[in-house]
Design a protein around this ligand. Structure first.
Ligand code: C2E
Ligand code: MG
Ligand code: MG
Ligand code: MG
Length: 287
């Protein structure tokens, strides 16, 4: 009986594994077409100033609307795209689309808005690709663009990572360390890299309680980041209480469902429009 039971379990497991492999193949096969046919698109999640809730910019977050499988999140296809190299054309689309909207928002409002774009490891380590990216950015202009990389990406080969990230930095593109706290780097490690922004991972922010060890840890991270000249963004802020506490702990900016979910371009346009300072004509109408 035990043996039979074991076999049944193995069959269930094998079926699940086979399904997982099939779906993975499916996504991998469909992704190239998806990029060409523009089934992939960007959402924009507001990043706000913690003290006053003012819009400072957005993080661009990619989605895939698959004709049969529906909406697919990046956690399901970015790892596949990384492995196959499809991240290279996909990343190019993300960058160009994000910069295009950023440029329009800045021109329309005169505000120094920013858009953060996530860079994956495969993109970062490909020297020719980075050359092309930087050449394109030099040609188009990239005021307000910020690049996000995770600490684990910098850890595999710190010296090479330093050289590559330095090239973005030299072009005046601020660098954000994403998901800080989920990797293994020491805090002192931060000082070696030309980061301008530290994004505290949402696992530190979730259910953050006053006077807790975690709150003290976050305060320490914020103080150290500030000493090193970095701005700090709290990720995954969902509640008033988390917002208030992060503000008390000295955090500068925040991103999370408390303020907005990742937004369609149309809704992001609405946020930008509301952030736009009134023109002199509008001012005189009001007074
Ligand atoms: P990330 O860069 O850390 O992005 C933040 C993630 O947290 C996003 O998930 C966002 O929707 C989610 N989030 C924001 N606020 C909250 C909140 O209050 N609560 C919770 N629970 N989650 C929140 P998303 O959009 O699913 O993206 C997941 C990851 O996929 C990103 O993590 C990033 O690593 C990667 N990714 C997304 N777009 C791109 C892209 O264009 N290129 C690359 N290479 N990676 C991307
Ligand atoms: Mg990010
Ligand atoms: Mg993050
Ligand atoms: Mg993440």
């Amino acid at each position: 009986r035990a043996k039979e039971h074991g076999r049944a379990r193995t069959e269930v497991f094998t079926a699940a594994l086979r399904d997982a492999i099939l779906i993975r193949h499916r996504l991998q096969n469909d992704l190239t077409r998806a990029i060409e046919e523009r089934e992939v698109f960007l959402l924009y999640q507001p990043i706000v100033s913690l003290a006053d809730g003012r819009l400072t910019g957005f993080e661009a977050l990619v989605r895939w609307r698959h004709p049969e499988l529906g909406l697919i999140g990046p956690d399901r296809f970015i790892p596949i795209a990384e492995e196959t190299g499809q991240i290279l054309p996909l990343g190019r689309f993300v960058l160009e689309e994000a910069v295009r909207n950023l440029t329009r928002w800045r021109a329309d409002t005169g505000l120094p808005l920013s858009v953060n774009v996530n860079l994956s490891a495969r993109q970062m380590w490909d020297a020719g690709y980075v050359d092309d990216m930087l050449a394109w950015l030099r040609g188009t202009g990239c005021a307000g663009l910020k690049i996000e990389v995770t600490e684990s990406m910098t850890m595999t080969d710190p010296d090479r990572a330093l050289a590559i990230l330095g090239r973005f930095h030299d072009l005046g593109i601020p660098l954000c360390m994403d998901d800080f706290g989920t990797g293994y780097s020491s805090l002192s490690y931060l000082g070696r890299f030309p980061f301008d922004v530290l994004k505290i991972d949402k696992s530190f922010v979730r259910d953050l309680a006053p006077e807790s060890d975690r709150a003290r840890l976050v305060r320490g991270i914020v103080n150290l980041a500030h000493d090193l000249g970095l701005d700090v963004v709290g990720e995954g802020v969902e509640t008033d209480a988390e917002q208030a506490l992060l503000n008390t702990l000295g955090c500068d900016y925040a991103q999370g469902y408390r303020f907005a979910r990742p937004l369609s371009l149309e809704d992001a346009n609405g946020w930008v429009e509301r952030a736009r300072p009134p023109t002199p004509a509008e001012n005189s109408l009001q007074t």
